[in-house]
Design a protein around this ligand. Structure first.
Ligand code: ADP
Length: 481
């Protein structure tokens, strides 16, 4: 096992080597206090090009390895990440502010994709189809798509990478990862462990740098890259889509959300409170499946709200490195300002602050509940990405469905009821890629994760997740008389 400092790297990882980018460095800061975690050599578009070339050269030999050989290397990578869980979690908390226990959870969750797809690598079965004439035989085989570019956000510094990279590598693709400039350290740490696991040079590359637009453009426009997989905002997803048009590049997009959390009048209220706290406040509300709007039936509104506010009052705010903390800092000052403006807008339009509402400093915002929320408030339409929970009232199932679907987004949704008929009807009516019934935490490597509408396309995890990284080839054999 290594010390966490032995897992701190300050250059990009390309073709099995640590490579400097442009002459200047950039700072990775600790969101809890703005202190310097480390300086990193600033990779740029040219550095991305180097990585693409390396991945392109590595593609043929990697894709020609047996699925079992690829699987063995991936299993070793999984084990090394788990062995170094404590150190990776520490690095993750230092660069993202995530409470240390959540970081440990993310190491398990992120690594689970590597294990899952190491297993799936060996089950990438094709098909034999009955011939359409007596002398023909028809086969379908699955082949890796090629070099994959993965552009990832800061909120899951490990898992958003492994969710893309693990199915890609299992299928036989090679990858160039461009992690968020806020959280490149976790990505570089796992690059080191990938090397130890035995990936050949050029199969897994990480380019760290601040000029996201230039680096993304090189990935999208390169004819050597066959596929882009992106997790981030809808706005950037649209930019990447446009940039991928000339090369007709395949694209998977996991974009913003606006998750409703519906509590029906027959719900188990205590279970709903627990689910709402977990679904809203994990990583201070900074995930794309975090609860954005809590919709509560008018008959139980008072009871739910009282219990919810009490549960929020028990959350412990502070530096994520402290074991007891479950609400850490927000990622940066911009995020604090954004949360503040949501609250000001809501109060102006009649919302009531039931608890919180305080900017502590440029790093921390107190967990907040807003009562009497309405559809005209900004957070009814936009993703909050912070520790603010607005509670809306509804009076019928139809109204709940209408409110829930009244958004351009369609990633995660949640509802609480004990009525079987209602469970089916609401599940079918929700225009979302993911539905949690009586459950506020729904992410797992075994289940397909992804959205509809402006939340993107493609699915990550599960048996479906590898399909984004393969091409289907139809082979027809004729003249078998
Ligand atoms: P978030 O709000 O989660 O930061 P973004 O979409 O802004 O969402 O960022 C997600 C990732 O996309 C980050 O790694 C960011 O640096 C990167 N990014 C931002 N703008 C662009 C762009 N124009 N092209 C490519 N990547 C970008």
């Amino acid at each position: 096992m290594e010390d966490h400092k032995q897992l701190l790297f300050s250059k990009s990882y390309i073709n099995g080597e640590w490579v400097s980018g442009s002459p200047e460095n950039f700072d990775v800061l600790n969101p809890a206090d703005g202190s310097l975690v480390t300086k990193i050599s600033n990779g740029d578009g040219q550095t991305v090009s180097l990585a693409i070339d390396a991945a392109h050269t590595a593609f043929k030999p990697w894709s020609k390895k047996s699925a079992k050989d690829r699987s063995v290397i991936m299993q070793r990578w999984y084990s090394l990440i788990i062995e170094n869980k404590e150190h990776i979690a520490k690095i993750m908390t230092l660069e993202s502010g995530k409470p240390i226990n959540e970081s440990r959870g993310e190491v398990d969750y992120g690594a689970s994709f590597i294990q899952w797809f190491a297993e799936e690598a060996k089950r990438l079965y094709g098909d034999i189809i009955p011939g359409y004439t007596a002398d023909r035989r028809i086969m379908v085989i699955k082949q890796p798509i090629g070099v994959v570019g993965a552009i990832t956000p800061w909120n899951f510094p490990l898992a958003m990478i492994t969710r893309k990279v693990a199915p890609a590598l299992a299928a036989g693709c090679t990858v160039v990862v461009r992690p968020s400039e806020e959280t490149p350290l976790t990505a570089l740490a796992i690059a080191h462990l990938a090397e130890k696991a035995g990936f050949p040079n050029g199969v897994f590359n990480v380019v760290a740098g601040t000029d996201a637009a230039a680096m993304g453009k090189v990935l999208c426009e390169s004819p050597l890259v066959s596929k882009i997989s992106f997790t981030g905002s809808t706005k950037v997803g649209q930019i990447l889509s446009t940039q991928c048009v000339p090369t007709l590049k395949k694209l998977s997009l996991e974009l913003g959300g606006n998750a409703p959390f519906i509590v029906f009048e027959d719900a188990d209220i205590d279970a709903a409170i627990k689910g709402a706290i977990a679904g809203k406040f994990r990583f201070s509300g900074q995930t794309c499946v975090c609860v954005n709007r809590i919709l509560v039936h008018e008959k139980i509104y008072e009871l739910f709200t009282t219990k919810f506010v009490k549960a929020v009052s028990e959350l412990r705010l502070g530096n994520g490195m402290r074991e007891e903390v479950n609400i850490g800092p927000l990622i940066n000052k911009k995020a604090i300002n954004r949360v503040e403006s949501f609250i000001q807008d809501a109060v102006k339009k009649g919302g009531k602050i039931l608890i919180g509402g305080d900017k502590i400093d440029d790093h921390f915002f107190s967990p907040t509940v807003i009562g009497d929320a309405t559809a005209t408030m900004d957070f009814a339409k936009e993703e909050i990405f912070g520790p603010v929970a607005p509670i809306f009232k509804f009076s019928s199932d139809e109204e709940a469905i209408h409110l829930a679907n009244d958004t351009i987004y369609g990633l995660a949704s949640y509802f609480y009821t004990n009525d079987l008929k209602r469970s089916w009807k609401i599940s079918e009516a929700l225009e979302y890629g993911i539905v949690g019934i009586n459950e506020g935490l729904i992410s797992s490597e075994v289940a397909p994760f992804g959205g509809v509408k402006y939340s993107g396309s493609g699915r990550e995890g599960s048996k479906y997740g590898i399909e984004d990284y393969i091409e289907i080839k139809y082979i027809c054999i004729g003249n078998i008389d």
